[in-house]
Design a protein around this ligand. Structure first.
Ligand code: 8Y4
Length: 282
């Protein structure tokens, strides 16, 4: 059976998921090309966002807190300094919704007021106050599964059955969202590749991604440049494009609707072929 074709209202901009879409990554952290805090890095971030839209991104995901394994936390004030000016400009200028990659309720509120169209939370609204803050925004929310916290999540992640545990996690979080006044129609789920998972856990999740389809919510995934791709191919971070593209295509064939990536143009091409060659029977 063909799934329903959701149209998400991202703060006034519509996100049509009748075809798989690409979410472009825009980091505004000091370890990326630009920290968003000064005029020049702001201009660089805005230029990069425009080029991702020209390459076919349907969403631009702006993050000011590095969520890489081992990364340190940043203060609310610092995160606001990095992301708010960029979100405010992009929300006004871009034809596509701007998503906020953050776990902090204060940043969610401020970004929504500045015009953000979606909240992407790697802590799935488990921080104190995050459920209430997200509820108030009336924006769609991507709930990401993570075992542990970024600083230590890759030290010794363990599951008895990663797919079933993560499936149960989403059932619980969807109920918590409903209790907080967030309708399931606003939710996107993401098993969180690389977030407290060993290489084999990531493979099990990709292989069984269609297990999450019974939750009847759009599925988002991010593979680009992640270390499990390097683990499987013996490639450094700069040479993980091909493996990331194939993972994205497999994910879409198993029902994913949004791929989060640094490599927008190549991913848009890959998904075009996956979608057009895909058939729901057989
Ligand atoms: C090199 C480059 C090595 C990047 C690691 C990384 C996801 C996400 C991230 C994801 C959703 C990352 C914010 C991790 N990954 N949000 N965010 N899904 N929804 N690491 O998979 O890119 S950051």
């Amino acid at each position: 059976m063909e799934p329903a074709l959701p149209l998400l209202n991202c703060g006034g901009k519509l996100l049509d998921l009748s075809s798989p879409r690409v979410m472009g990554v825009l980091n505004v952290t000091p370890d990326s090309f630009s920290d968003g805090g000064d005029f020049f890095s702001r201009q660089a971030a805005i230029a990069r966002a425009w080029s991702m839209v020209e390459e076919g991104a349907a969403i631009v995901d702006v993050g000011g807190e590095s969520s890489r394994p081992g990364a340190a936390e940043v203060t609310v004030a610092e995160e606001l300094r990095r992301v708010l000016p960029v979100i405010e400009t992009l929300a006004r200028e871009l034809p596509v919704p701007v998503s906020l990659d953050s776990t902090k309720p204060e940043v969610m509120r401020a970004a929504a007021s500045a015009g953000a169209g979606l909240i992407n939370d790697i802590m799935a609204l488990q921080r104190p106050g995050a459920l209430a803050a997200a509820a108030e925004t009336s924006l769609p929310i991507c709930l990401v599964h993570m075992q542990g916290i970024p600083r230590t999540m890759q030290l010794d992640p363990r599951y008895d059955d990663a797919v079933e545990e993560i499936h149960r996690f989403f059932v619980t979080r969807i109920l918590a969202c409903e209790a907080a006044g967030i309708a399931p129609e606003r939710l996107i789920i993401d098993p969180g590749f690389g977030f407290g998972k060993k290489t084999q856990d990531n493979l099990h999740l990709l292989r069984a991604l269609n297990r999450f389809c019974d939750l009847r919510l759009p599925v988002l995934v991010g593979f680009s440049r992640k270390s499990f791709l390097g683990d499987l191919t013996q490639r450094p971070v700069a040479e993980r494009l091909a493996s990331g593209l194939v993972a994205g295509v497999i994910a879409v064939l198993k029902g994913a609707r949004i791929i989060r990536t640094h490599d927008v143009a190549a991913t848009v091409d890959a998904l075009q072929i996956a979608e057009q060659a895909h058939c729901y029977q057989n």
